[in-house]
Every structure is written in structure tokens, then in C-alpha cells.
Design a protein around this ligand. Structure first.
Ligand code: PLP
Length: 435
């Protein structure tokens, strides 16, 4: 029963360093958040010791009396947090992550090589929505299913529903996936439902990024139109790292009536083994929090902060994809500043601001992303408000201008850029300022 610091000082020290990094940096990665102490306690509990393949009441192992209660509570809280009636919706809370949730949903709904359409990765979609390049099928969702991605409008950056409708008429998909990793605008689920219905296709929303906003009713409701909704639990929802799959129940005999068995079978035994019960307990805690009035205030503030950041950057002359945001993220197009996303990410690391490089629609190469993605969820959890995000825009502006100046003397290569960052007094001064 020795503690971590006594047992393994090396790992303990590294964890402390990471904790300090999270605390001392401005965390702007749109897919990250700070989960609560309560969630972390559940996540680090004795539940990690237990095997419980199967579902509550039907396990392949003994000793699951309390684990069954926890999973049932988690399922009930998931439905409650998203305002769903147990007669109309069910949920599987066992997926280890968003990616396994998505692949399980695909294997539940489709036979191998059936056709899917999801938002293209360079348009803001996720790998697991059928990503393939001209040369290679990258994601297993494109390897085991036939994928034809749809895109945003190359001028506006906004989803081109007309073009999607035309492509779907030719491709006749069995499944349309909506949802994204880097799309700042609201989704028209009703329009997508209409397009799916023209081909008898399923409609699935992956709300990984926005699920906290959906739970707080600060984003459009995908459940009103979709057959299946998947999400991660660790982004705006602020839980531990995992995934959920919601499936619509329907009166017997209708298309969806067997989704429950299909989804549950796809998660276990098709794609996973024993559920991570510690994580499921952590999800349950996070879902209880997400159903609270405080969480609604949080979700509203996330959106206000993202808008404040986008507007402040625009006021400084920068280009924001789609000219703004409806949700928690801001996609910043750095191509007009002749700066790559990689260099911006790098200089931000040097000055204690954490962002990620991101493809921007129309990028000539996916290997050289033209932008960075910024998100408000994590720093909103730390209590920051609009005026703080205006200050952050100031820091980002200083970092971008420094990067442009340094690049002039170092040329295109990132390794020369990094050497110059190491030697720059201005970079050191900005880092101090951010701290
Ligand atoms: N779906 C979307 C829209 C995502 O943005 C992500 C991750 O960023 C995932 C799925 C995958 O989640 P995970 O990293 O938990 O597998």
C-alpha cells in the first residue's frame, strides 16, 4: 500500500511536471478540458481492478453487484443529461474512447464495405468519419467501409449542404455522419435528415466536441433528427477520457427497432473486451455535473469566450474561418500572414500557450496545415471571462508577429525557426509576460 511517490518517484515527478504545465500554460486546445477532482477520484479508484464483460445483469464474471449499479446509474444519468426519455433512447457507456465508439457505431449500423459519407478531414471532420487521402485509406472507417467525404464551401468555409445532397444522390450512402473536430458553425440536422431519408440512410451525429453545449442546450439538438449519436466524454462535457453511443429506440417493426442489440453487440464482443469501470464511474460523476444549473452557465460562458477571442483576433486584422464561431472553437487561418500552423504552434509552446496546428479548408497539403485551432472550454473551466480572452488574443497577436519576424530571417525550415526561437530575447520576454 505504498503511495505513488514512494513506489515510483520517476513517474510521480513526471506527473507533477505535467500538472504544472497544465496549470502554468494558457490551455487553448479545443478538445481538452480540466475535469473535476471528483471525476479524477472516481477514475483513479478501485474500480480499475474489476472485470465485467457484458452488460449490467448479464456479465461474464462474478462480483459485479456494485459495478452493475454504477453502470446503470451512468446510463440513466447520460439520458437525463441529454434530456432523453428512456422509452425513446438507450445508451452504451462502455466505449474506451471516441474512436472506438465511432467504429463500434459503424459496425453496428453497416455491413463491411457499405457506403458512408462524413465531413472530410481538411474540412474539419474527424479521421473516424471515413478519412482517406488520394493515396491511402487512412482510417479503419475508410478501410472497412466505402467512404465518400463531403466538404465545406471553399469560399465561405461553411458546410455545402446542396453539394452534399447532390453527391449523396449519386453515391447513395447507407450512413451519413455529421459532426466535426474543427467546425465552428451550427449544424442543420433537419436538412441532413432529409438528405439521409432520400436514400433510406442512417444519420449519425458525432458530437464529441460540442456535447457539453448540447447537454446544456446551448447547441442545436441532434437527438431530434439522428438515429445514433456518439460523443467523447472529455471535451466540452468535461469528464474522463471515454466515449458514449446513444441509439434511438423505435416501435417494434420500424427501422430502428433492433439498434439496441446491434450497438451493444458492436461494443462487446465485436470491438472491445471488459469495460473500464473506473472510467464509467468518472463519466457518471461528470454527467451529474453536466445536468446542473452551474454547467449551463459554464456552457454559455464557453461560447461567449470563444466569440470574444474570435472578434478580438479579427479586430487585429486576422482571418477567422467562417468569420466567427457559434460554438467553443475558433479556427484561425494563418495563410494570409504567410505563416504555417506548425510554426504558430511551435512559438506558442515557447511562450506557454498551448494550441494545435490544424488544416484549413483549401490547404494545398495536409502535411502543412495553414491554421491553428483555438478553444475556450479549458480556460473557461478555470474561470476566465471575455476580457481575459481579449488579453489572450493580444498574446497570440504578439506571438504571431514575432513568428513572422523570426521567419523572415530563418526561411522556411522549421528546424532553423526553432533555433531562432531558442535564442530570441523577445520570445523569452513574451513567455514571462504570459506566465
Ligand atoms: N470524434 C471527434 C469529432 C473528435 O474530435 C475526436 C477526437 O478528437 C474523436 C471522435 C476521437 O476521440 P478519441 O480521441 O477519444 O478516440
Amino acid at each position: 500500500n505504498t503511495t505513488l511517490v514512494e513506489e515510483d518517484k520517476e513517474i510521480y515527478d513526471l506527473i507533477q511536471k505535467e500538472k504544472w504545465r497544465q496549470y502554468s500554460c494558457l490551455e487553448l486546445i479545443a478538445s481538452e478540458n480540466f475535469t473535476s477532482q471528483a471525476v479524477m477520484e472516481a477514475n483513479g479508484s478501485a474500480l480499475t481492478n474489476k472485470y465485467s464483460e457484458g452488460l449490467p445483469g448479464a456479465r461474464y464474471y462474478g462480483g459485479n453487484e456494485w459495478v452493475d449499479e454504477i453502470e446503470n446509474l451512468c446510463r440513466a444519468r447520460a439520458l437525463a443529461a441529454f434530456h432523453l426519455s428512456p422509452e425513446k433512447w438507450g445508451v452504451n457507456v462502455q466505449p474506451y474512447s471516441g474512436s472506438t465508439a465511432n467504429f463500434s457505431a459503424l459496425t453496428a449500423l453497416l455491413s463491411p464495405h457499405e457506403r458512408i459519407m462524413g465531413l472530410d478531414l481538411p474540412s474539419g471532420g474527424h479521421l473516424t468519419h471515413g478519412y482517406a487521402t488520394a493515396k491511402k485509406k487512412v482510417s479503419s472507417s475508410a478501410i472497412y467501409f466505402e467512404s465518400l467525404p463531403y466538404q465545406v464551401d471553399m469560399k465561405t468555409g461553411i458546410l455545402d449542404y446542396d453539394k452534399l445532397e447532390q453527391s449523396a444522390a449519386l453515391y447513395r450512402p447507407k450512413l451519413i455522419i455529421c459532426g466535426a473536430s474543427a467546425y465552428a458553425r451550427e449544424w442543420d440536422y433537419a436538412r441532413l435528415r432529409k438528405i439521409a431519408d432520400q436514400h433510406g440512410a442512417y444519420l449519425m451525429a458525432d458530437i464529441a466536441h460540442i456535447s457539453g453545449l448540447v447537454a446544456a442546450q446551448e447547441a442545436a439538438d441532434p437527438f431530434a433528427h439522428c438515429d445514433v449519436v456518439t460523443t467523447t466524454t472529455h471535451k466540452t462535457l468535461r469528464g474522463p477520457r471515454a466515449g458514449l453511443i446513444f441509439f434511438q429506440r423505435a416501435p417494434k417493426g420500424e427501422k430502428n427497432s433492433d439498434l439496441e442489440d446491434k450497438v451493444n453487440f458492436a461494443v462487446f464482443p465485436s470491438n472491445q473486451g471488459g469495460p473500464h469501470n473506473n472510467t464509467i464511474a468518472g463519466i457518471a460523476v461528470a454527467l451529474k455535473q453536466a445536468a446542473s444549473p452551474e454547467f449551463k452557465i459554464y456552457a454559455k460562458q464557453v461560447k461567449l469566450n470563444a466569440v470574444a477571442l474570435a472578434e478580438a483576433l479579427k479586430a487585429k486584422g486576422y482571418k477567422i474561418v467562417t468569420d466567427g464561431t457559434d460554438n467553443h472553437l475558433v479556427l484561425w487561418d494563418l495563410r494570409p500572414n504567410a505563416l504555417t500552423g506548425s510554426k504558430m504552434e511551435k512559438i506558442c509552446d515557447y511562450v506557454n500557450i498551448t494550441v494545435n496546428k490544424n488544416a484549413v479548408h483549401g490547404d494545398s497539403s495536409a502535411l502543412v496545415p495553414g491554421g491553428v485551432r483555438l478553444g475556450a472550454p479549458a480556460l473557461t473551466s478555470r474561470g476566465l471571462k471575455e476580457q481575459d480572452f481579449v488579453k489572450i488574443a493580444d498574446f497570440l497577436d504578439q506571438a504571431a508577429q514575432l513568428a513572422i519576424t523570426i521567419q523572415k530571417s530563418t526561411g522556411k525550415l522549421i528546424k532553423d525557426f526553432v533555433v531562432a526561437l531558442d535564442n530570441s530575447d523577445e520570445v523569452k520576454a513574451l513567455r514571462k509576460n504570459v506566465e
